[in-house]
Design a protein around this ligand. Structure first.
Ligand code: ISJ
Length: 340
C-alpha cells in the first residue's frame, strides 16, 4: 500500500481482514466499511459507522473488507433505503434493491433516492459507482436478462436527474451471489472530476441495442483532483474492464487471451496516449494500480488469473479475487482498480 503518498484532501481506502477493521485505521476516521462477505444485508449505520455487506464470498476465507477513511469528522445518516456517511468533502452512499421479478423500476427508484440525497447535501460530483447484481446473467420475469433490466432502470434514473453521458462516473456492474442488487457510490463536493473514455473501446453509453434496451451508463475511468487546474496529482478510478474491443466481446472461451486484452485495455486507458485528450498530465501503468478487484467467472480459473496478475501488478498492491458472474455471459474475467 502507498497510503502515505495520497494527498490528504482525496479519499483513500484499504483492503483488510473483516476481523481487523478497527486495527488498521491508524487514527483516521472511517467513512464506511464495505464487507465482501458470505451474505447480503441492507446497508446500515452501525456504531455510527456506515456498513455494507455484499454477498461476494463463497467461504469465510475469501472475505475481506474495503474501508474508506478520512482525516475529517464523519456524519452518518439514512435516507429512504439508503445509508450514507460524509465528511464535508466526500460522501459514501449505499443502497439495495431486494430480490424481485423485475428490477428496472426498483433500480430507478433506489438510484433516484441516492442521487437526490447527494444533490441535497451538495455532493454533486459522483465519481465512482459499484453495482452488485444477483443472478446477473439470468432472466427477469419478462425474459429480459437481469443485467439489462438493471441498465434500463439506471438509464431512467440518470435521465430523470438530467445526468448527461459526459458526466457519468466510472462504475462496476458485476454479479453477486445473492441479495438482489446492492450498490455504493462515492461523490465529492468541491473536488473536480473528469470522465475518461478508452479510445480503443466504444463508450458503454453508446453500445448498440443488441446489448439491451438501454445501454450501460458509465465512464471507463474518472480522474479526481482537488481542483480543475491540478492535472497531475489526482486519482484515477478505473471502471470494471473486460475483454471488449469496440463494443464486441473478444476471445470467448479463452481465459488467457481475455486476461491479456483486459490488462491491455487498462494499460491504454491510463496511459499518456489516452489521457492526453483529457488534459490529464499522467502516464500511469498497471504497476500503479492499487485496490484491485479481479472478478473471475469460473473458480477453476482463479490460479491462472492470480499468476497473470502477479506478473503485471505491483507486489505492494492490494488485489482481491472474487468468483462471480460477469455482465456478459461470454466474459470470463474483469478487472478494476484505483491509481491513488
Ligand atoms: C465490462 C463492462 O461493463 C461492466 C458493467 C458496468 C456497469 O454496468 O456499470 C461497468 C463496468 C463493468 O463492470 C463493459 O461493458 O466493458
Amino acid at each position: 500500500m502507498t497510503q502515505e503518498k495520497r494527498p490528504a484532501d482525496l479519499p483513500s481506502a484499504i483492503f483488510t481482514s473483516p476481523y481487523d477493521v478497527t486495527g488498521t485505521m491508524s487514527g483516521r476516521n472511517v467513512l464506511g466499511v464495505v464487507n465482501f462477505t458470505t451474505g447480503c444485508t441492507g446497508p446500515r449505520v452501525e456504531d455510527s459507522r456506515l456498513t455494507v455487506d455484499l454477498h461476494m464470498a463463497h467461504r469465510a476465507d475469501e472475505e475481506f473488507s474495503e474501508v474508506w477513511t478520512t482525516d475529517r469528522p464523519v456524519e452518518t445518516g439514512v435516507h429512504r433505503q439508503a445509508a450514507y456517511a460524509h465528511d464535508g468533502e466526500y460522501l459514501l452512499i449505499a443502497g439495495r434493491i431486494p430480490p424481485a421479478g423485475r428490477y428496472a423500476e426498483g433500480t430507478s427508484a433506489a438510484y433516484c433516492a441516492a442521487l437526490e440525497l447527494m444533490e441535497g447535501l451538495g455532493y454533486k460530483n459522483c465519481f465512482r459507482m459499484w453495482n452488485f447484481v444477483g443472478g446477473i446473467n439470468g432472466d427477469n420475469a419478462d425474459g429480459l436478462e437481469i443485467y439489462r433490466d438493471f441498465c434500463k432502470g439506471r438509464a431512467e434514473a440518470f435521465e430523470l436527474f438530467r445526468f448527461g453521458d459526459l458526466q457519468v462516473p466510472s462504475a462496476t456492474g458485476i454479479g453477486s451471489l445473492g441479495g438482489g442488487i446492492a450498490f455504493y457510490f462515492l461523490a465529492g463536493r468541491s473536488a473536480a472530476l473528469t470522465s475518461i473514455e478508452n479510445s480503443k473501446q466504444v463508450s458503454a453509453y453508446h453500445y448498440p441495442e443488441q446489448y439491451g434496451p438501454r445501454p450501460p451508463k458509465f465512464a471507463r475511468a474518472t480522474y479526481l483532483s482537488a481542483t480543475h487546474t491540478d492535472r497531475t496529482g489526482g486519482q484515477l478510478y478505473v471502471a470494471g474492464t473486460a475483454s471488449i474491443r469496440g463494443h464486441e466481446t473478444c476471445h470467448e472461451g479463452d481465459l488467457v487471451k481475455q486476461m491479456e486484452l483486459s490488462l491491455e485495455n487498462i494499460s491504454h486507458l491510463i496511459s499518456r496516449d489516452n489521457l492526453d485528450a483529457y488534459e490529464v498530465d499522467r502516464d500511469a501503468g498497471l504497476r500503479d494500480l492499487d485496490n484491485i478487484k479481479v472478478y473471475v467467472r469460473r473458480s477453476e480459473d482463479v490460479p491462472t488469473v492470480r499468476r497473470i496478475c502477479s506478473e503485471h501488478f505491483s507486489p505492494a498492491a492490494s488485489v482481491a479475487y472474487l468468483n462471480v458472474d460477469i455482465c456478459r455471459s461470454g466474459l470470463l474475467v474483469e478487472i478494476e482498480g484505483i491509481v491513488f
